[in-house]
Design a protein around this ligand. Structure first.
Ligand code: FES
Ligand SMILES: [Fe+2]
Length: 376
């Protein structure tokens, strides 16, 4: 991984009206469309992604497909259709579409009328997610699917899938995740804890895929509130959060943990009683003002105890509710103040780096689409 340490992230305020210029979303990347377990049997899952309505379903072999949620005939939604085994039947006049978007049946005639095919989106299934590519399909390379393999290591990590809906722009959620100073204030009694946390200066790096933020809180009196009662050791604690944001797909992978103070965690030595976590948090925009939030919180201790996993995940979820409340309230004020700019404070290094890498990727993508359409 090549990284650039940011000693001086540009002190530009992020425009609250950034989203009014240019394409708001990256298109040429894999997004999480659903948890694998949301699409099963003959279920048709309807979901809006990047302002487009999509349906997901499985064929008889279990392979998942994603189609636009629009019958080509009179534009009835396919989400009100019926699963046919290997496709979906529109329940207005009965056209049937397969997983490639081809119309394969038209009631009352042999064959099908011309122009009845609809758009299918490339999909893939990996690490318990259904991934979807909504940009140029020629670029949909499965080797580019972000690594969420913590969710594919049973016996090493336990976790459970969670989902939350936000009435907020994905960028406000990403800002929140890149700024842990809010732990002290938003999550005073849940994820946060000490005043010291707000005073810690994280290391912020830009790497080839996005931003990495590293925070160490050494020699804390206690573990974070959400871990109280679950301690695997006694005494002072070294805590850490190492956050990687992959700009493409808004993939946040966070290594975090609590270990006995001075036991060498910062140098990479984890004693057996160290409590290690790996959080996967993914934001897929629904529209410019709403987002899907898929997350899990894998832990390396108390393995094989699903009740513990649920209890731990519930405690984290409590913290995320506090974020949701704050971010949705913030979105309302942002909307009412489109002509104003956010003030920059020193906590904003991480989120500024996140916005910067996103702006760069959006500009590169705009250039790609412009040169592609010029060549056509
Ligand atoms: S609208 Fe779907 S078959 Fe007519
Ligand atoms: Fe938070």
């Amino acid at each position: 991984m090549s990284t650039t340490l940011i000693n001086n992230v540009p002190k530009t305020a992020v425009n609250s009206n950034d989203h009014l210029t240019g394409n708001p979303f990256l298109l040429n990347c894999w997004y999480v469309g659903a948890w694998s377990n949301e699409v099963h049997d003959d279920k048709i899952l309807a979901r809006q992604l990047l302002s487009k309505r999509v349906v997901f379903f499985r064929d008889e072999a279990g392979k998942v497909s994603a189609l636009e949620d629009r019958c080509s005939h009179r534009f009835a939604p396919l989400s009100t259709g019926r699963h046919t085994g290997n496709g979906v039947r529109c329940m207005y006049h009965g056209l049937v579409f397969n997983g490639k978007g081809n119309c394969v049946e038209e009631p009352g005639v042999k064959g099908v009328s011309r122009g009845t095919d609809i758009q299918a989106y490339p999909t893939a299934e990996k690490d318990a997610f259904i991934w979807i590519w909504m940009g140029d399909p020629d670029l949909a390379d499965e080797s580019l699917i972000p690594d969420c393999s913590y969710q594919s290591q049973p016996g090493k990590w336990d976790w459970e899938p969670r989902y939350r809906y936000f009435n907020a722009d994905y960028r406000l959620i990403a800002d929140n995740l890149l700024d842990f100073s809010h732990l002290t204030f938003v999550h005073e009694n849940t994820l946060g804890g000490s005043k010291k946390i707000a005073n810690i200066k994280p290391k912020t790096e830009i790497y080839d895929k996005g931003v990495r933020i590293t925070r160490w809180y050494l020699n804390e009196d206690k573990v974070a509130p959400y871990l109280r009662g679950f301690e695997t050791f006694e005494g002072a604690v070294d805590r850490w959060n190492i956050y990687d944001l992959e700009t493409k797909g808004n993939i946040f992978n966070m290594d975090s943990g609590s270990a006995p103070a001075g036991s060498g965690a910062q140098e990479g030595t984890f004693v057996p009683e160290a409590m290690l976590f790996h959080a996967t948090q993914i934001i897929t925009p629904e529209t410019e003002q709403s987002s899907h939030f898929f997350w899990s919180y894998a832990h390396n201790f108390n393995l094989g105890d699903p009740k513990f996993t649920t209890m731990l995940t519930d405690r984290i979820a409590e913290g995320f509710e506090e974020d949701k409340e704050m971010i949705e309230a913030q979105q309302i004020i942002v909307n009412e103040n489109q002509d104003k700019r956010f003030a920059y404070i020193h906590f904003d290094r991480g989120l500024s780096a996140g916005r910067k890498t996103l702006a760069k990727a959006l500009a590169e993508e705009a250039e790609y689409f412009a040169s592609k359409s010029a060549a056509e």
